[in-house]
Each structure stands twice: as C-alpha cells, then as structure tokens.
Design a protein around this ligand. Structure first.
Ligand SMILES: CC(C)(COP(=O)(O)OP(=O)(O)OC[C@H]1O[C@@H](n2cnc3c(N)ncnc32)[C@H](O)[C@@H]1OP(=O)(O)O)[C@@H](O)C(=O)NCCC(=O)NCCS
Length: 198
C-alpha cells in the first residue's frame, strides 16, 4: 500500500496555497519552468539550472508524480492566485517500503522580489501539513539539507518547525541536515479549523 493524498486538493496555510502539479495550467508550467532555469535560484539549492525543454520538464515531473515517488506542488499566493514558487517531497523512504515513512523536502520561492517576506516559511508549513495530516497514512519524519551559508533558508525552516540534526563535513560544500517529526509537528499545531481548500 502506498501513501495517498486527498485527491487534487490544495493545501492551504497562511498566505499561501500549495496546488498539486497535476492541477497546474499550461501558463503555470511556463512560470514554474522559468524558476527552475534560473541560475541564482539553483545555486542557493546547490543545483544546476535545468536545460531540458519545457514539454519534457512537464512530462517528467508528471510521470514522477504518477509513480508516487514524489509529491510536487506550485506555491500560490491566496490573495492574488499568483504562482510564486515550487515545493516538493521526494526521496520517499525507506527504499522499497510501502507506505513511505519519511521524505526529503525541497522548496523555492521563484519570485526573488518576494524573498524574506515569510512566504517561504508558510509554504514549508503547508508542506508539513500535507505530510503529517493530509497524507494517508501520514509520514513520520521530513528531512532536508541546506547549504550552511543559506541563512535565509535556515531561518525559514527553523520558523516552520525544523531543527538541525547534523552537518556534512568537507570536502563537500558545508551543509546542515534538518528534520521535523510528526510528533514535533503535532505538538506545535493542534488541529487548525481555518485550514481549507481555496
Ligand atoms: C529559502 C526560501 C524558500 C525562504 O523563503 P523566504 O520567504 O525568503 O523566507 P522567510 O521570509 O520565511 O524567512 C527568511 C528569514 O531570513 C532572513 N534573512 C534574509 N537574508 C538573510 C541573510 N543573508 N542572513 C540571515 N538572515 C537572512 C529574513 O530576514 C527572514 O528573517 P526573519 O525570520 O527574522 O523574518 C526562499 O528564500 C528561496 O526560495 N530562496 C532561493 C532557493 C533556496 O534557497 N531554496 C532552499 C534550498 S535548501
């Protein structure tokens, strides 16, 4: 048995809504693609900008979703319905386990002019809400790695409930390992009656 999500439902927290990739419009895909092609955004995530064409990016992303190996979302502002970034849970594990018990979190706010306005922590919190409440059965743990110099990301992750659990040592670029468990989440978030679909 694999984990299932409430079908097609947006996950809402604070100022943002996470919309499943399968529900994105063609225009949304163009915007999301432009975020993944941006050098600066990729560098903050220790990644390279993607080089594949838009149609392939969309196809591969949707195939991964359909296989249950990843849960990907567009991040939308609730007030304006503007697409501002992307977030995902990937590396579901342990390998071969069904349903999965943990996953790795990835996030980017693609509109740089919106950085440091707390949309990041709202989106991370929404993704944890998805992992620990919407998924059936819920995950036990969500983890991530971030470059040590990416202090903006760390502040957003700490504010959303992650804690530092380790560090990667050189020769790799120094990174922090962070984690949030379902127990920790539940202690911080009693059921929220205002959480609803857009
Ligand atoms: C990381 C990211 C998702 C965070 O979202 P965000 O909306 O910018 O973050 P938030 O506003 O929630 O929190 C950022 C905090 O860091 C602070 N900050 C910004 N630049 C900083 C810096 N250079 N040093 C220390 N703190 C900094 C902000 O003032 C804010 O502080 P506060 O907690 O006192 O309000 C977003 O910035 C982003 O997409 N960055 C590019 C890609 C990336 O880094 N992805 C993560 C890879 S692990």
């Amino acid at each position: 048995m694999s984990a299932t999500a409430r079908p097609g439902e947006d996950v809402v927290y604070g100022q943002v809504a996470l919309r499943p990739l399968a529900k994105l419009s063609q225009d949304d895909w163009k915007v999301l693609y432009s975020f993944y092609r941006d050098r600066e955004i990729a560098a903050w995530s220790s990644a390279k900008p993607i080089r594949i064409p838009l149609w392939l990016f969309r196809k591969m992303s949707l195939l991964e979703e359909a296989s249950g190996d990843r849960f990907g979302f567009g991040i939308f502002l609730r007030e304006t319905a503007q697409l501002i970034g992307g977030a995902e849970l990937y590396d579901l594990g342990p390998a071969g386990a069904s349903p999965p018990r943990f996953a790795t979190l990835g996030i980017m706010i693609g509109r740089k002019e919106l950085w440091s306005q707390h949309y990041g922590r709202a989106a991370v919190t929404a993704l944890l809400l998805f992992a620990f409440v919407h998924l059936d059965p819920p995950l036990e743990r969500v983890r991530l790695t971030t470059l040590q110099f990416n202090q903006r990301a760390q502040r957003a992750f700490l504010a959303a409930g992650f804690r530092v659990v380790g560090r990667d040592s050189p020769p790799r670029q120094p990174r922090l390992l962070m984690e949030c468990t379902r127990e920790e989440w539940n202690a911080r978030h009693p059921p929220d009656p205002s959480s609803r679909a857009l």
